[in-house]
Design a protein around this ligand. Sequence first.
Ligand code: ZN
Length: 330
Amino acid sequence: MSCHGPSITIVSEGALEELRTIMKDYARPLCVSDEVIKSEYGDLLESLTGSSCEWTMATSYSNSEPVGVQNIDIVIGFGGGTSLDVAKLIARKTGIDWISIPTAASHDGIASEVASVSHNGYRYSEKCKGPLAVIADTRIISKAPELLKLAGFGDIICKTSSLAEWKLAHEEHGEPFDEDVYAIVEEALNSVLESDDLETLIRAEIEAGRAMSIFGSSRPCSGTEHAISHAMDRSTSSLHGLQVAFATPLCLSFLDDAGYARHSTAAIQEFMREKGIPTTLAKMNTTKSTFLEDIDHAVKIMDKRDRYSVLKHLSIGRAELSSRIRELGY
Ligand SMILES: [Zn+2]
C-alpha cells in the first residue's frame, strides 16, 4: 500500500469483477458487512473471492474485544460507512491489509485511513491505515438510497468551508498547510460543483481521502462545519454528510466576512436546495437553541484539537450567530 492512498482504485460499472484478480494473492478473506448487503451480494462476493469468506457484521463488532477469527490474510469492508470503519479498525488491530468496497457514496471515508468511532453517543476519529484497494462498483452504489448520495454531496461541498478555514488558520494562526493538498481537495470540490454524476462524486471522495492521507490529518477536509456536526451527534442521528453541509453556509458566510471564502454562500445554498439537501432547522429536526449550543460546543472541539476556528477569529458571540442564522434562512 502506498502511504498516499490506495494502490488500486477502480470506479466503474461492474468494478466488483476486479476483485477476482486482486484476490489471487489471498486465501482467507474476512468480509465486514451488514445483513442487507450480505443477503443481496454475499453469494456474488464469495464467487469472486474464489474462497470461502469469513463474515462479520459491522454492528456486532466491539473495538475493545479481540477479533474472533484466526488466520485471515485480507479484510474486505463491504457496505456503508460503518462496515468500512470496522474493516479499518480490524486491519489496524491485525496488521493486515484491507480492501474498501463501498456500497454507498455517502462520505469521504471510503478511501481514507481515518475511522469514525462511536463511544458513549459521541463520534471521534481514529487513525488506521488506508485501503490497499478501493473498488467502487457504480452498479451497486447507484442502488443505494438517494439520501446517502445527497450526504455524499454534502461531505464534498462542505470543503468550501473547510478549505477556506484551513487557509485562514494557516495565515492568521500558523497552522501547517500544504498547497498541493489544498489543490487536490479544491479540484475534487470543483468537480462535484460542476457535475452531479455518481462517478464524479465517488472519485471526489477518494481524492479527499487521499489528500487527508498525504497531509496526515483531516484538517484540509474538516473545519468548524465538521465540529458542529460532531456536536450535533450528541442529540440527533442524521447522516454525517447532511450535518456538515447544513453547517456549511453559516461557516462560509463568516469566512466571507474574514475575506477567505472562495465560493459564495448563496451559491452553495442554491446548490443544496436544488439537490434537496436540508437547509432548515426544521428539516434537520433541530431547534435554534440546540443549534446555538452545538455551535458553542463545536468551538470547544476546535480548541481541543488545536484548530483555529473562523468563529474564534472573528470573536463571534451568540447574538451575532443568532442573527446570522436568521439572515441565512435556517
Ligand atoms: Zn466529513
